[in-house]
Design a protein around this ligand. Sequence first.
Ligand code: GLU
Length: 465
Amino acid sequence: MSERQVVTRIAPSPTGSMHIGTARTALFNWLYARRTGGKYLLRIEDTDRERSTDAAVKVILDGLTWLGLEPDETPVFQFARADRHREVALDLLSRGSAYRDYMTPDELAEERERARAEGRVVRSPWRDHDGPVDPGRPHVIRLRAPQEGETRIDDQVKGEVVFRNVDLDDLILLRTDGTPTYNLAVVVDDHDMGVTHVIRGDDHLNNAARQTHIYQAMGWDTPVWAHLPMIHGPDGKKLSKRHGAQAVSEFDDMGYLPEALRNYLAKLGWGHGDDEIFSDAQASSWFDIRDVVGAPARLDWDKLNHLNNHYIRLADPARLADLVEKVLASRDWPVHDGDREILLRTLPLVREGARTVLDLADAAVFALKRRPLDLPEKARGLLTEETQGRLGRLATRLAGAEWTVPSLEAEIRAFAEAEGVGIGKFGPALRAVLSGGSPAPDLAGALVSIGQAESLARIQDALPN
Ligand code: GLU
């Protein structure tokens, strides 16, 4: 390989959402650039003017920001470069590597029919036309692609892939209205951006052969190709709505942390031995595009949940509090003064089992409730006269307690002993009174989360007045 600095890129089309496959493509491009000390660029392929809105572009930029995969330079917008694409098409024309094709739509339709019947690709009679032409007559510009021999794609993931040139038609470079086609634009942009490695989804593998012909016609170096397999659903079928999520924003909404998704996506089709959990720094020091496997990867929710739980347990509580506040706001949960402090106390005590930020919010609401708590039937059933008496004595004792998990654990144990009963005799009732029937951690954890004054008041509320 040449000594050139590695330049990778992602080239998403702004279509309204950012697919998880695009996120993985971005990650692999980013990792490869980090690994090689290269650059990782973004090109927005906004040539479809109907679908490309500012909002759709923002979805991609926001998605990359959220994932922590922002490009190293300001993004390139493909549509803005249309003049340059046209210039290259005209250059190819003047080199004899392209030709004007005057087939009318009807003629093209007939040729398509014939080609299908004869089992060959479309061929234009204008390829070999030798004589005057009328540039004012509607026409397209096609590449004069080789028709003999083979085009070899030495793909870093798929291995060597061979295309017979006879199977590839002369691709259109400029349409009748003078707009450049996708394959032309991609090649010109990748060349002008100095892209050395094209790492993208394998739905573009066929384009690699056609694009190679444009590189060759222009006398440009072809990039190194690496076509990544698709991400499938857990059932091995193409990822779709029924698998739960496809868009990056949906993973955010479902409460996944970007670092968990990065770790997970890195493992989808690539890996480092048996390592399940690794940091960005580790991944970027290990990553090699040649180690990516060619078979489709399957989304595995259990693995993703496991990783997300790992990163939730590591996360800064203030950051988790921000995320949980967002979830609660989306549920119209009422906000009160002091909630932030409660969350900061509660989240570290309840995050152990949380698979997502939504789980975390569910696990924290007991502490955020406001009195008087609405006790479910079952909880009220636990409040016998005897138990109420016991909770009253416990409250008196707790009024003087040090409000930390270890000392409250010790207080509760000592109280049970003094009463001559097991904790089972009053624990469930205490828990219900503290949580109002919502999920809550163990007793000491619940007391610390709720805070002393509020805990004692919740107990008082459950006693006869
Ligand atoms: N714009 C294309 C897509 O979104 C990607 C083209 C490429 O990476 O070369 O599928």
